[in-house]
Ligand binder design. Structure first.
Ligand SMILES: [Zn+2]
Length: 651
């Protein structure tokens, strides 16, 4: 599990690069809810906060919060949090500089650099991603123009029209044609100022003994985009018999921007409909995605040259989230043939978290959605999807079909094999319903099937441990404990009123620094019983106290100055958690909360002095006794003054 980002990394990343004012402007303009929404479906969580399924750890109910007013996110499950830059860096695997450049481009901020690169000098690796994305954008444009202008592309256009795609359809999906010459894209992009290494790194160009060559030659191309709509690679269909590469489909290799394990063709187009209809349809090919969308199934996506895996599932689930729980449907279209059955069985035995919401749409004649559309029309494609059956039923049926169920002994064998599958379902609450259905399918008594499922489950459960969601964490609880992490502070007792008071005081410091003022300087390390919270106080002190808070980026500044990742994680939690009070907090409340923390410290000291007084003989140790007594009186006075201020803190 990933821990929170390391505090302080940003200072190093930025040194001598983008001007601070520009970074602040990007942070202000790049709305965090908008940026996060491209990856995670968010819903209202009340108190000006939004929530969704965390993209950084696997969970069933949302603990990932975004607070647009504070431009902050925090996951109470895995403790990852931060501002819009932290989110982008983490989800896209970008450097800080890349992130700023990318968001600046998207939100129209002109960046200025304090140390511009020397003329002609290669740009630093840190800004590689925007260059690769730009190269792909231009390449996609170029390929599209070739499809309609180049005489060579006739075969490609014919391929499309045979499959029922006209010019409009090709344009809608950005389909293009890679010329056969072998150096067309290389020359085109070199002319636009890209270096050979960049084109090779991006997977557009390959290198051989005879020099650079276009990776895609004489092929029909589909641009593969991120959820955000940026082209990161291509899928290419063979068209000519003399193509030296035999593979029917060729994809961009793994590059810094192309990760096939989570890319889904069409997801940029399907994103909104997936969230709206709470349905995602997974088809097998690029033409199937096109056929589905054109037929009105606008939730269709396809993997890109790889089987559907857990990362793909996570991408879809994040888009499908609705209400507290995942309720959407993921529908796979499989061939009715053996390969399709194997694929379904794999899906069933693989990541089962949502097995009950997984469906299969099978065309009895073995046609894929593209063929269905050509041969039977749009309505039939919609029908195919509507006729979906639950995955478990499809898989059980496939097992039973291999047996002659007219024979009593075969019925028992069939039931045994199928019961093994039912027993493998991790969601225990579903097993009984599945067993009942199996009994009906095979024509045996329900109790007999149940008994077999139990036997099978017992046989398999012994050495295995069911994976469970991490228990929900209280903020400032330990974040990750991966290698290299500093020793985690003890788990705080969240019901401890002292801990609650300390947290709330820091919450107001983090969320409303302008209300706090000088009172903060009265706090010291010994006012905090939990080391993480003491670390947060030191971070605030290190940046010059709440008075140093600017208009934007206050929490980010604090996180950068945190001594460890625990304090950094606690800071983002403190920033997103709503204050207990309703309405706008004022200076009075802020002062009360800070005074309350000090009052509790004073009470602690009073207890200590009283205890020492009890152990001191007033006659034999008169001087010490009187000194302590004086101390006690002073402490009591101090405490009463704090009590006055703390009234209204509600604690
Ligand atoms: Zn998380």
């Amino acid at each position: 599990m990933a821990g929170p980002p390391r505090a302080g990394r940003r200072l190093h990343a930025v040194a001598g690069r983008i001007r601070e004012e520009d970074i602040a402007l990007v942070r202000e303009r790049a709305r965090i809810d908008e940026v996060v929404s491209q990856h995670v479906t968010l819903r209202n969580a009340g108190g000006g906060s939004l929530k969704g399924l965390c993209p950084f750890h696997d969970e069933k109910s949302p603990s990932f919060h975004v607070t647009p007013a504070k431009q902050f996110f925090h996951c109470f499950g895995c403790q990852v949090g931060g501002d819009v830059f932290d989110f982008m860096m983490r989800i896209e695997g970008l450097t800080f500089v890349d992130t700023v450049e990318r968001l600046a481009g998207r939100y129209g901020v002109q960046l200025r650099y304090t140390e511009p690169d020397a003329p002609g000098a290669p740009r630093r690796d840190a800004s590689q991603r925007p260059r690769l994305l730009e190269a792909h954008r231009l390449a996609a444009e170029f390929y599209v123009s070739q499809l309609f202008d180049s005489p060579d592309a006739r075969t490609a256009r014919q391929f499309l029209s045979e499959r029922g795609f006209d010019k409009d359809a090709a344009e809608q999906f950005g389909v293009g044609f890679a010329p056969r010459t072998g150096d067309a894209i290389y020359k085109h992009l070199r002319q636009k100022g890209f270096r050979e290494e960049e084109l090779v790194t991006g997977g557009l160009v390959g290198q051989s003994g005879r020099g650079p060559y276009d990776r895609f030659r004489g092929r029909l191309l589909w641009p593969i985009r991120e959820v955000s709509g940026e082209v990161v690679g291509f899928g290419a269909r063979r068209l000519f018999d003399d193509d030296r590469i035999e593979a029917k489909y060729l994809n961009t290799p793994e590059t810094p921007i192309y990760k096939k394990s989570h890319l889904l063709y069409g997801v940029d187009l399907a994103r909104r409909e997936i969230a709206r209809r709470k349905q995602a349809v997974v088809v097998e090919g690029y033409t199937d995605v096109m056929a589905c969308h054109l037929s009105g199934v606008e939730t269709a996506v396809a993997t890109c040259g790889t089987a559907f895996g857990e990362d793909h599932g996570r991408v879809l689930r994040r888009l499908l989230l609705d209400h507290e729980q995942f309720r959407g449907e993921i529908i796979f279209t499989f061939d009715g043939d053996e390969a399709g059955q194997r694929a379904a069985l794999r899906a069933f035995q693989g990541d089962q978290q949502f097995v009950a919401q997984t469906y299969v749409a099978v065309e009895p004649g073995g046609l894929d959605p593209c063929d269905v559309r050509v041969q039977k029309g749009d309505a039939e494609v919609r029908e195919l999807i509507a006729r979906r059956v639950p995955l478990y039923r499809f898989v059980l049926r496939n097992v039973l079909e291999r047996y002659d169920l007219d024979r009593a002994d075969a019925r028992v064998d069939a039931m045994r094999e199928a019961a093994g599958l039912v027993a493998s379902v991790r969601d225990r609450s579903k097993i009984d319903a599945f067993a009942r259905e199996l009994a009906g399918m095979v024509g045996l008594d329900v109790d007999e099937v149940r008994a077999e499922v139990r036997r099978s489950a017992a046989a398999r459960s012994a050495p295995r441990r069911a994976p469970s969601d991490r228990p929900s964490y209280h903020p400032s609880d330990r974040p990750g404990d991966g290698p290299g992490a500093p020793p985690a502070p003890d788990r705080p007792d969240v019901r401890d009123p002292r801990y609650a008071a300390e947290r709330e005081a820091l919450q107001v410091v983090v969320q409303h620094p302008h209300l706090v003022g000088e009172a903060f300087s009265e706090l010291g390390d010994d006012d905090f019983t939990h080391p993480t919270l003491a670390g947060v106080r030191r971070a605030v002190e290190a940046v010059g106290g709440p008075g140093a808070a600017g208009s934007a980026g206050w929490v980010s500044v604090l996180r950068e100055r945190s001594e460890d990742e625990y304090a950094a994680a606690a800071l983002s939690a403190l920033a997103v958690e709503p204050l207990r009070i309703s309405g706008e907090p004022g200076t009075r409340l802020a002062d009360a909360l800070l005074a309350r923390v000090q009052e509790l410290t004073a009470l602690r000291r009073i207890e200590q002095v009283k205890s020492r007084l009890q152990r001191t003989n007033p006659v034999e140790e008169q001087t010490a006794y009187n000194r302590m007594f004086g101390e006690l009186v002073a402490l009591e006075q101090h405490r009463r003054a704090l009590r006055e201020r703390a009234i209204g803190s509600g604690l």
